[in-house]
Design a protein around this ligand. Structure first.
Ligand SMILES: C[S@@+](CC[C@H](N)C(=O)[O-])C[C@H]1O[C@@H](n2cnc3c(N)ncnc32)[C@H](O)[C@@H]1O
Length: 188
């Protein structure tokens, strides 16, 4: 299955405020949030120039902006960027953010090579890239300074399988066991 930026953009442009609330609704969300936060706090330092890719509504933007020197935010969805800006304004943090960009992470030509000390890409963007995954990782490497840090996350098959188990069961009932095998084989 090939990467289709329009599908991703469309999904997150029509996501409402669910991105803002998803990490506080249940124990799984809270755990995800705390584990990621711990990693960010461990690797990002006060003098760092940081790029957050796929920032979504800003759950981590609001933390990152307090622990680094400069923060730049990127997301493919104009809705998510608008939402993020609004939240940062409400929290009084908007002026501390260097820039917001609506852009696809496989094409970030607005940034120089080696521009950032840290690049953060968590919560799914890499997993959506499918056959363009290597290009995405290449872009992360290009914009990160030599010796810098990239903090990235992907959705594992096991994690996604258990999280979406009811949907997978539903597909099995509708389309048979081959539909389940397809999910396991492709991760999609
Ligand atoms: C599940 S949200 C995660 C938001 C935040 N990083 C978090 O972990 O809470 C995924 C975000 O990645 C963005 N995204 C997906 N593919 C992207 C791409 N190719 N380039 C930039 N952003 C992307 C989506 O628009 C969405 O806002």
């Amino acid at each position: 299955m090939a990467y289709n930026a329009d599908i991703v953009r469309d999904r997150y442009d029509n996501y409402g405020d669910r991105e803002w609330t998803r990490l506080e609704q249940d124990a799984n969300g809270i755990l995800l949030y705390e584990v990621h936060k711990e990693l960010l706090f461990r690797h990002i330092h006060k003098l760092d120039n940081v790029l957050e890719i796929g920032a979504g509504s800003g759950r981590y933007t609001k933390e990152l902006v307090d622990i680094c020197n400069e923060l730049t935010v990127v997301d493919i969805s104009s809705h998510q960027v608008k939402f993020n800006k609004q939240k940062m304004k409400e929290l009084g943090k908007i002026d501390a953010i260097k820039a917001f960009h609506v852009a696809d992470m496989i094409d970030m030509d607005m940034f120089e090579d080696d521009e950032f000390d840290n690049v953060v890409c968590i919560g799914g963007p890499l997993s959506y890239l499918l056959d363009k995954e290597k290009e995405g990782v290449q872009e992360l490497l290009r914009v990160t300074k030599p010796g810098g840090t990239i903090i990235m996350g992907v959705m594992s098959i096991i994690g996604a399988f258990s999280y979406y188990f009811n949907g997978i069961l539903h597909e099995k009932e509708a389309y048979g066991i081959d539909a389940t095998k397809w999910v396991i084989d492709t991760g999609v």
